[in-house]
Write a protein that binds this ligand. Structure first.
Ligand code: FAD
Ligand code: NAI
Length: 465
């Protein structure tokens, strides 16, 4: 008899949701985690602390810049230590919440570093250095990812920081350089700009947020530029030198030309993340990662019998909700049930101001695939709630199949669109036509009416002004 039905290595959104689902289904389950708290990258140094700072810094900026226009006179001052403390308190509550759910669902937390020690064996090395080997009928790898390095830019988490360092800077930089105009760079760049830093983003490509619908990306870039973020696109970083006081960063145009040097108090390196499998013992079960380090899977199954993999360590978007869905699906498969992830409907959000929220295909993808589609677009300037709130930036764009009217993709930019994209995820799961959304009554006045108006736009009968 194996000691466990399933042992999961890693307690991030993939691993902890898998563990809880296993407990719910009556499986004997353990989850190995080497961090002092549960929740993985997302809860400890990712989604949650970044959103806590985005929320607080947005209020700071609104209070400074927008209150007067609403007829509120207020004196506002930043208390950075308290802002960091409320972030840490929220994170602590969330990680404790996962610990509570582990207990409630009879999940054993095996504290320490996990290693696959052959088929059906997981060795765990605790803080005392002692190794204990556990038997498992199934093993789930959920070890996540780590920041990708850049030669010549050595992260010391003092002056040259990764995302973890940028979540806890000891002061507001006068100048901050961000390398990489992706999600982390734009979100954390926004936090520090709102708190007072001059932010310059240096990006290798000639656009920001690669993969995002181009029109939406351009609108976001325009908006962030208006807020004061400086973009250096098509720029190849050649090196960074840190001193006690700051950093000198050199870069040159990708297309060729003269090199430039910028100085700043801090540099944030955010050029992507890579899968993390260090010391995991993959060779003991014959698993070889691909050349970028990702584990190949088929519905969660790796090439080794009884070994599954989920989340950032596998292919696909590096998103918490993707990891979570995969975690639930593999456990349901392990338990002999139907487990499934619909990779076509994984939404993605950038929590800048304005926010970006997208799901499904981009116009560029549809064009490349030769799919005929119609576009319905509605600007927030024509939405009454957005106007009343003085937040009328952005739009909702719906892409529908020209023949069947099925919704293929939705791209939004505007305040709080993160809270609105779920409506289209549900619609798309039900294979909705744009007309289904167009004929669904929405409450007035709300920004969600823009979702309906954009759908109406597909057939050209948008009417709200
Ligand atoms: P992880 O969360 O990385 O968890 C893996 C865990 O495994 C870690 O705790 C690690 O300590 C542990 N581990 C690794 N190896 C071992 C081992 N051998 N033994 C024991 N334990 C081990 N995604 C979103 O969807 N929305 C967001 O808003 C968002 N914001 C982000 C902001 C930042 C700054 C960052 C860095 C990421 C953000 N992400 C966001 C991405 C999100 O955090 C990841 O996609 C998600 O955490 C992946 O989950 P995971 O379970 O695959 O791995
Ligand atoms: P990213 O992949 O989003 O962006 C990296 C950027 O760096 C790209 O624009 C890329 O072209 C650029 N780049 C790559 N090499 C470069 C170089 N040498 N010099 C300059 N620029 C370079 O990666 P990021 O921002 O590090 O985020 C990692 C992951 O974390 C993302 O895949 C994302 O899914 C996840 N995440 C999700 C969030 C969310 O859902 N809101 C928030 C933060 C992170």
């Amino acid at each position: 008899m194996a000691e466990y039905d399933v042992v999961i290595i890693g307690a991030g959104p993939g691993g902890y949701n898998a563990a809880i689902r296993a407990g719910q289904l009556g499986l004997k389950v353990a989850c190995v985690e080497s961090r002092a708290t549960l929740g993985g990258t997302c809860l400890n140094v990712g989604c949650m602390p970044s959103k806590a700072l985005l929320h607080a810094s947005e209020f700071y900026e609104i209070a400074q810049k927008d209150f007067a226009g609403l007829g509120i006179d207020a004196k506002v001052a930043l208390n950075l230590p308290n802002m960091m403390k409320q972030k840490a308190d929220s994170v602590a509550q969330l990680t404790k919440g996962v610990e509570f759910l582990f207990k409630k669902n009879k999940v054993d937390w095996l504290k320490g570093k996990g290693r696959i020690a052959g088929p059906g064996k997981v060795a765990v090395t605790g803080a005392d250095g002692a190794e204990v080997v556990h038997d498992a009928k199934a093993i789930v790898i959920a070890t996540g990812s780590e920041p990708a390095p850049l030669p010549g830019v050595v992260v010391d988490n003092k002056r040259i920081v990764d995302s973890t360092g940028a979540l806890s800077l000891p002061e507001v930089p006068k100048k901050l350089i961000v390398i990489g105009a992706g999600v982390i760079g734009l979100e954390l760049g926004s936090v520090w700009r709102r708190l007072g830093a001059e932010v310059t983003v240096v990006e290798y490509l000639d656009r920001i947020t690669p993969g995002l619908d181009e029109e939406t990306a351009k609108t976001l870039q325009r908006s962030l530029t208006k807020q004061g973020v400086v973009f250096k696109l098509g720029a190849k970083v050649t090196g960074a030198t840190a001193s006690a006081k700051g950093v000198e960063l050199t870069f040159e145009p990708v297309a060729g030309g003269a090199a430039e040097t910028l100085s700043a108090d801090y540099v944030l390196l955010a050029i992507g993340r890579r899968p993390y499998t260090e010391g995991l013992g993959l060779e003991s079960v014959g698993i070889t990662p691909d050349k970028r380090g990702f584990l190949d899977t088929d519905h969660g199954r790796t090439s080794a019998a009884g070994v599954w993999a989920i989340g950032d360590v596998t292919h696909g978007p590096m998103l918490a909700h993707k990891a979570e869905d995969e975690g639930v699906a593999v456990i349901e498969l392990i338990a002999g049930r139907a487990g499934h992830v619909n990779y076509g409907i994984i939404p993605s959000v950038i929590y800048t101001f304005p926010e970006v929220a997208v799901v499904g295909k981009t116009e560029e993808e549809l064009k490349a695939a030769g799919v005929a589609y119609k576009v319905g677009k509605f600007p927030f300037t024509a939405n009454s709630r957005a106007k009343i709130n003085h937040e009328a930036e952005g739009f909702v764009k719906v892409l529908a199949d020209a023949k069947t009217d099925r919704v293929l993709g939705v791209h939004m930019i505007g305040p709080d669109v993160s809270e609105m994209i779920g409506e289209y995820c549900v619609a798309m799961e039900f294979a909705a036509a744009s007309e289904d959304v167009a004929r669904t009554c929405h409450p007035h006045p709300t920004r969600s009416e823009a979702l309906r108006q954009a759908a109406m736009g597909v057939e050209g009968w948008t009417m709200q002004a």
